[in-house]
Design a protein around this ligand. Structure first.
Ligand SMILES: [Zn+2]
Ligand SMILES: [Zn+2]
Length: 160
């Protein structure tokens, strides 16, 4: 009976998250479900990266955690979450440096609910220009209430 108290703390919080959600398209990609035909640009034991299905810029990649974390609202000020997001950004930067070194700007960020399209955390990695240019509206930080949050701003928010 007393043993259950050992699971309190960060580990317990973590276990409340669903490791893999039913019918989540990004879980299908991360876990290489047979139905998923998405080509991975990068993968390791924490994250995978692939092209956005509907690209809005010269290069438009998504980096997602393998673990099913629904949105930025589910991230917390923990070492674990901060390291995970830092790692996602690093993977995205490396990919854009490799594939779009001459691009005018590289932009990294997340959609905040209710502006997120898929309920599985995903980092948008954009090498500008936007194509077509009006798409930038969706990927420009517009203050704290905006739909898009810069990755560096999010890292500050969850820094411990
Ligand atoms: Zn998922
Ligand atoms: Zn998004």
């Amino acid at each position: 009976m007393m043993k259950s108290f050992c699971f309190r703390g960060p580990a317990a919080k973590r276990m409340e998250r669903t490791p893999m959600a039913d019918s989540c398209v990004f879980c299908d990609i991360a876990y290489r479900a047979p139905a998923s035909t998405t080509d991975l640009l990068y993968s390791d034991d924490k994250v995978v990266a692939f092209q956005d299905i509907n690209p809005s810029a010269f290069r438009h990649y998504l980096v997602i955690p393998i673990e099913h974390i629904p949105t930025v609202k589910d991230l917390e000020r923990t070492n674990e979450d901060h390291q995970l997001v830092s790692h996602m950004v690093k993977v995205g930067k490396d990919l854009l440096n490799r594939d779009a070194p001459g691009s005018e700007e590289h932009r990294f960020g997340f959609h905040q609910p209710p502006f997120n399209s898929v309920d599985h955390l995903h980092l948008h990695c954009l090498a500008l220009p936007f194509i077509p240019s009006w798409r930038q509206v969706k990927y420009t930080p517009l203050g704290p209430l905006g739909g898009f949050v810069d990755a560096e701003k999010l890292l500050e928010r969850i820094n411990i």
